[in-house]
Every structure is written in C-alpha cells, then in structure tokens.
Design a binder for this molecule. Sequence first.
Ligand code: G6Q
Length: 531
Amino acid sequence: MTFFHHLPSVAQLHDLAQDSIDLTKEGVLTAKRINNMMIEALGLKLFYATEKVSEKDISILCQLAEETQAVKKMTDMQNGQIVNFIKGFSSENRPAMHTAVRDFFEQCNTSTEAKQATELGYKELEKLRSFLDEIEKKSQITTVIQIGIGGSDLGPEAIYLALEAFHKLDRKVYFLSNIDPDEGARIFQQVDLEKTLVVVVSKSGTTLETMTNERFAREKFKQAGLTTKHHFVAVTGKGSPMDSKEQYMDCFYIWDYIGGRYSVTSMVGAFVLAFALGMDRFLDFLKGANAMDKVALRSDPYVNLPLMSALLGIWNRNFLRFPTVAVIPYSQAMSRFPAHLQQLDMESNGKGIDKEGHFIEHDTGPIIWGESGTNSQHSFFQSIHQGTTVVPIEFIGFKESQYKEDVFYQQTTSQEKLLANLFAQSIALAIGQKSNNPNTFFPGNRPNRILLADKLDPFTMGAILAFYEHKVVFQGFIWNINSFDQEGVQLGKNLASKMLEQFSLQRQGKSIDTRGFSLGVAYLEHLSFGS
Ligand code: G6Q
C-alpha cells in the first residue's frame, strides 16, 4: 500500500465517511451552518455548508493537510525547488515557477531561484509593453490571431472571454488551436490581413497542430502579397526551433519551469491579454493571481481558500468516492473557464503513480467538466438532481454584472435572477425534496460549494485562476503525485505520427509499411488520399 493509506488521518476519514452528515435531515442545513461554513480572502467567499461534510470531518481533513505537509510543499514550489520529478526514474526533474513570473507586487519571494525567474519574467513583460506601444503608435493592427494548443490556448482564451467587458475598443482576438483545416479557414475568412498580427505560441516550438496552423496562416499572408515577417510574432522557449528573429518580428520567451497549463500569466497569455485589455488591466489580473499565491502560503486552511477547497475535493473523491466534479460559473463570460480547468486538473492529477514511481491504489484527480449557469439548468441538471451518478458541483457567482446593463422584469433584475438560481440550485441539491410521488422525489445530499465574488474584473479573475491552480497542486501534494508532467499524452501522439508516415507513403504511391503500425494501417484502406 502506498503512503496515502498509511496516514493516520486517512483511516479516520474512512471511518467518518461511513456515517457522513445527512443534509436532508430537518435542522441540518441551517442559516447558522451557512454562515459558519464560509471562509473569505481577497473579496472571495467560499461557502461550503452544502458539502456533505461536518466540522469534525473538516478538522481531520486539516490534519491530513498537516500530515502531508501540503503548505510546506506549496512554499517549496513557490521558492523554486524541484517539484516535477518521479524519484529514481527519468522525468522532467525541474521546478514549477508559474507563481514567480507574477511576483512583482507585494512581499516578493526572496529565494534566489524565484527571484531570478521573477526578473526574467518582468523583463519579458517590459519588452511586451514597448512592443505593444509601438504597434499602437505606428501600425493599424486591430486583430491578433493566437495559434497554439492545449496550455498555449485554453487558459488564454478562457480569460480573454471572461474579461471581454474590459477590452479596449476595436481589438479582436481569434484563437486557432485545432488542426482541423476548417477552423483555420473559418477564422481567416473573417479577418483583414493587413490589420492582423499572428502570435504563434508554443513552448517546445514543435507541436504538430501549431506548426501546421502556422504554415496555413503564412500561406494566407503570402497569397495576399504581404510580408509574413511583419505579421508574425513568436512566444516560445529560448533556443526552440521557433526562436528565430528571421522568421518573426520578435520572439518572447517562456521557460521550461512553467508548465503549459500553468502558463496563462506568463508570455503565453500575456501577449493576447495585454493586447486586448491594455497593459494596466493585464497587470491587475496578475496582481489578483499574485495575491492568491500569498493566500495559498497560509498554514491555516480556514484562511487558505485553495487548500480548503482541495481538502473538500479530497473528501468527496477519496472518502465519499464521487468520480467527477462539475464546475458551473453563473457567468456567461466564464463559459470557457471549465474547459481550462478540465485541462488544468485532469492533466495535472490524472495520474496513476506516486512520486516514487509506485502504482497507487487510491483515487486521484476526478473527471472535470462544466458549463455556465443558468443554461446548464436547462440541459443536464435533470441528471444532477435525480440521476444515479452523484456529481459534486463547484458553483462560481458574482454579486454584480460586468456591464451594469440590466432589465427589470417581474419585479427583479436579470442579475438577481442569475443569483437566485445559483443559490436555489445549491440548496435544492443539498436538501432534496421528499415526495410520495417517486417522480417528484429529489434525493438531496448532492455536495456542492459556492465561490462568490463581487464582480468579475481583472483582479478577481486573476485570483480565481490562481485559486484553482493551487487547489489542483495542493491535491497533487496530498496524493503524493507529480502534478506537473503529462506523459499520458505521448503514446497517442507517437502512434499518430506513425500513421501519418503511412499516409505520406500512400500519397506518394509507395507501398505501405505495415510493420510500423499495422493496427493503424487497417484503417487506411477505408481512406484514400489523392496526391
Ligand atoms: C500543458 C501541456 C500541453 C501543452 C501543449 C502545447 O501543460 O504541456 O497542453 O501546453 O501540448 O505545447 P507547446 O506549447 O509546446 O506547443
């Protein structure tokens, strides 16, 4: 058995889970419980009275955090110690310093490694500021197309959309990630190339989808008689195949100690977000993330929001044994945020070995998915309330709207209707509904929590982003897994490249080499590509 099972708190938590609190019982979910089970930082309130958890359960979960030294490991990570490793086996073996590249506000980290990373990050940001100022003064650029995939796409797009209300006027960004040629064709039909910059974002500078889409984009500019070098910018790792001043107007750098899914606040997100929001608002966004980084260093889980959220998630996953989590923001602007969290969480914690390379026997990262409310209420909430799979929910809500434009209808505003639905869903899921008619019976006891803020602005968005980054990392620390690599994406990628070799042979009229990948070749006879 691996280390997790040997922890004294784990045995206690298994016992407690046998008889977990019944939220449907009269007098259990009270106003007092709602007020007591709320913690707060940076204007964010985390309400967890509707989780199927008691104060006693939480005190033992806090013990679990101590036994696993979760906060010490967070401190080590933020200090730039190596956290991305599997002991005794070849691995990336490096620090994860996404927090360092936004650490230039208050109480900066003073460790040598973190300070160096902060200085490098800040230098890139200053360079970006000058670059964007120049563009504003000297050119007519109004549109940016970001080409990148995975971590080089999901987070930046989610935040771009979430903060659209704060964008500068007449600035438009498109994201091209999928290798599906229809996606490139669709985007290029909509843009005026003379007014467009393409930022190619790839840390490795080798990702097939990104390289292919870059070629697609360059051909569009060439066909329009435009000089590609004047329209292409790179964001990449220093020394990568894309690190070329001949090919690009300029290159901005990221470092191998920033994982793709943790890279939104590095140059990966900075280029498009600073272009769309302006540098000052982008800095507000970084400030919010940086402030949450400091919250994550607090040793007491009752004032450390991401740690408390991580512990509640572990309670649901390992002790109540729920396999999935849905994230439901009651904000249309955040509609792509669940997709970002899906990668952040599932690529980080979808692991089956511990940091010593042992296969583990306890559950790790759940299946993450989600959609915005209230739309989701009209699609899959039937199953969330009465289905046979219990899906814990993480709600996100805001007191105020972003645009402050609203309508008064049936005595309330739309924003009030949005919030009323959020709280009503949370309570309904917890307490259910008794009924003699089985069709209108709601079992209740469906765990959920609410993250509530005043308004979705750049600072708050930064804080929410970092809240989730740290929740995921805390869970990885507690499970003793490496949350910073992603070996699981390699096998399929390697087989696809073998299959592409066969496509190429077929196109050239050469005989197919079935020794390379005979199973893939079985499908080839169903496809035939012209030359
Ligand atoms: C994220 C992963 C992965 C990565 C993409 C793009 O943590 O590492 O999603 O971001 O595969 O990689 P490049 O930036 O190297 O093109």
